[in-house]
Design a binder for this molecule. Sequence first.
Ligand SMILES: Cc1cc2nc3c(=O)[nH]c(=O)nc-3n(C[C@H](O)[C@H](O)[C@H](O)COP(=O)(O)OP(=O)(O)OC[C@H]3O[C@@H](n4cnc5c(N)ncnc54)[C@H](O)[C@@H]3O)c2cc1C
Length: 382
Amino acid sequence: MGDGAGGERKSKFILIAGAGPAGLAAALELARRGFAPRIVDDGDGPVPPEESRALGVNARTLTLLSPSGVAERIVTAAQPIAHFRIRSGSKTLADVDTRQVRGRFGAMHALAQGVTERLLIEALASYGIAPEWRTAIAAEPIADVLAPVVTLRRADGATETLRPDIVIGADGAHSAVRKALGAGFPGEALEAYFHIADFRYVKPVDAQFAEITLFDPGMIGRLPVSGDVLRYISTRQDFEDRIVHPEVVAEKVWVSQFRIHFRHVEPMAKGNVFLVGDAAHIHSPAGARGMNLGMEDGCWLAWLIAEGREQEYSALRIPAVKQVLKQTYGLTRLITMENPLAIATRNLVAPLLLRFGPARRRLLHNIAGYDTPKPPWIDWAE
Ligand SMILES: Cc1cc2nc3c(=O)[nH]c(=O)nc-3n(C[C@H](O)[C@H](O)[C@H](O)COP(=O)(O)OP(=O)(O)OC[C@H]3O[C@@H](n4cnc5c(N)ncnc54)[C@H](O)[C@@H]3O)c2cc1C
């Protein structure tokens, strides 16, 4: 089970639609193994750092991005999250030291998705590959999935017809590639909306911990974006009035709100057309798993292609996807519950459980992303 890194340029024509984290990770891992994929994206460029959805980069992702050298660059740019706390009012119910997780990386680092994307693009540039921006793949049905024919449309209206050996749909939740395959996206949407506000402070703040404060009902999560920017995320519309700011606010950097869906496509591939990242699965941000799982898909698919085993992709990834969906569903239900009795029980039981070693270790193991299969091409212990 070799890594297959380096060597001469491999001749397979691989088209990646979508230069978000999942598509970029796939492109980089393919480039590292001697392939020269084309990667197109209908956007203008990577996500602006101040409009980043994902912040949490887990230990498993850092393992996967180590061979390319990107992990070290992420660690240098990111805030390590040393503690994860659960609070109710002024009381700390649980305080988990995330550095206790095994392995060379802490369980979680925080870095704006826009910065992670730029680091991946920089690494890809060293192989002479750059995303082609303002270039969309059309959602036209793919008649023969073994010999796919696809159309690209540029912003100036020019079109191009391509016959790639392999198409990788990394084009997000509304994936044109998934639609072109005629695949559904079954699942459910939760009633609750999540609200986000990022604040910059006049001075650096303590950015070394993530915290959830439980209310009755609802919660406010606090996460570091950088040394002087914090994100608050909540199920409560009035959450901004309840934030206890650690420092004087200089500016509100970003506000957003979104509804949570739990959906996944099965199988994650048909013939030579593959789906990675949000194109294949979406779920709540509880646990900070979406971007990480998408990059993991991209890295696995690149390895399988290099091994000539890409037809195993869906069967290998579906159990990991289901595991993460199940876990984030449970976590989301826990933080969005409204029944007073259930809330009281949760507030009593959760901190008690987290005092015990096995429950803490399990939580850390999952936060680190170690609950999905270890990448077989990485030969050192995580
Ligand atoms: C509030 C919030 C917080 C989150 N926090 C975290 C977190 O802390 N950690 C975590 O792991 N995840 C988190 N997530 C999830 C994470 O943001 C996503 O899972 C991640 O962005 C998915 O990456 P992707 O590359 O699959 O898709 P995307 O990031 O959506 O990228 C898809 C790309 O495809 C392009 N595209 C779309 N259509 C086409 C087309 N037809 N042709 C060509 N290109 C196309 C788009 O322009 C885009 O660049 C969070 C999500 C939300 C909403």
